[in-house]
Design a protein around this ligand. Structure first.
Ligand SMILES: C[S@@+](CC[C@H](N)C(=O)[O-])C[C@H]1O[C@@H](n2cnc3c(N)ncnc32)[C@H](O)[C@@H]1O
Length: 267
């Protein structure tokens, strides 16, 4: 394994970035699985601590733009402990109730990690949201769904963990119905230089410390920081979405580019 001097450097095709390290592509999914198996029990608490709760606003913004309607079928890939699925399900029920029908949600959560899904199912039970949300183990690069199955596909803080981003984008196109919408919420390139410096200091020093004392797993949170740094910036991701087959690709920065919301349509 090599440690590249430039952490944003591109990775040779048979290798994949795992944080700042390049690893054989075939090993990355397993390493990522170990990270999320380890963090699953404290994942939601850590999200609130690391972002000061702001991740909730970013996720709400995604679901506002998505504007879920009753009768639509949603797929949330790398859906983990269900934050996006719960928001979609609630909107579908609220809109259904407003127009006088039962408003049964239709959301499929797909994640490579059974430990994250298991926490998600427990949270769904606590919230009375067991009906209408399906929990499926699967890899974003080989989704276990037929072609043209969903009206919308979401992926929040998941794409940077995938080994072959382009393959995951092509799979998204495949499972969407014609006219279906794609939304990717992901850490991105901060657009303000002073904030970029402060953010880099925070994420390189504070994240592993929080990981050490709260999640008792500094290495996984070191990976988090490194994987954010190596993820393609806004314009490059948009280009790769177009190459995968999406039309009308656009993005919107949030918190000065700490996070970006990319969107596209399957035509
Ligand atoms: C940072 S969590 C995000 C969870 C959730 N979307 C959220 O916003 O809270 C990343 C998730 O991606 C999942 N993941 C990583 N690689 C994946 C892959 N190749 N296919 C599907 N899920 C994957 C992990 O298991 C983990 O649950």
């Amino acid at each position: 394994m090599t440690i590249p001097s430039d952490p944003s450097a591109s990775v040779p095709p048979e290798q994949a970035s795992f944080g700042f390290r390049d690893v054989p592509a075939a090993e990355k999914a397993n390493l990522v699985r170990q990270v999320f198996e380890s963090v699953a029990p404290r994942y939601d608490l850590m999200n609130d601590l690391m972002s000061g709760g702001v991740h909730r606003l970013w996720k709400n913004a995604l679901v506002d733009v998505l504007n879920p309607r009753p009768g639509e079928k949603f797929l949330d890939v790398a859906g983990g402990t269900g934050d996006i699925a719960f928001r979609i399900a609630r909107r579908q029920m609220e809109k259904g109730a407003a127009r006088g029908d039962a408003g049964q949600p239709d959301v499929t959560v797909c994640d490579i990690n059974a430990a994250m899904l298991s926490v998600g199912r427990d949270r769904a039970a606590d919230r009375g949201l067991l009906k209408g949300i399906t929990w499926t183990t699967g890899d974003a690069e080989r989704l276990p769904f037929p072609d043209a199955s969903f009206d919308a596909y979401t992926i929040a803080f998941g794409l940077r963990n995938v080994t072959d981003i382009d393959q995951a984008l092509r799979e998204a196109v495949r499972v969407l119905k014609p006219g279906g919408r794609y939304y990717c919420l992901e850490f991105s390139k901060v657009t303000s230089a002073p904030l970029a410096r402060a953010y880099d200091t925070y994420s390189s020093r504070a994240l592993p410390l929080l990981g050490k004392y709260v999640a008792r797993d500094p290495d996984s949170y070191q990976y988090l920081h490194e994987s954010i740094r190596r993820f393609p910036p806004q314009r490059e991701l948009a280009q790769r979405m177009r190459a995968a087959g999406f039309a009308n690709v656009a993005w919107r920065d949030m918190t000065l580019g700490v996070v970006a919301l990319h969107s596209g349509w399957r035509i």
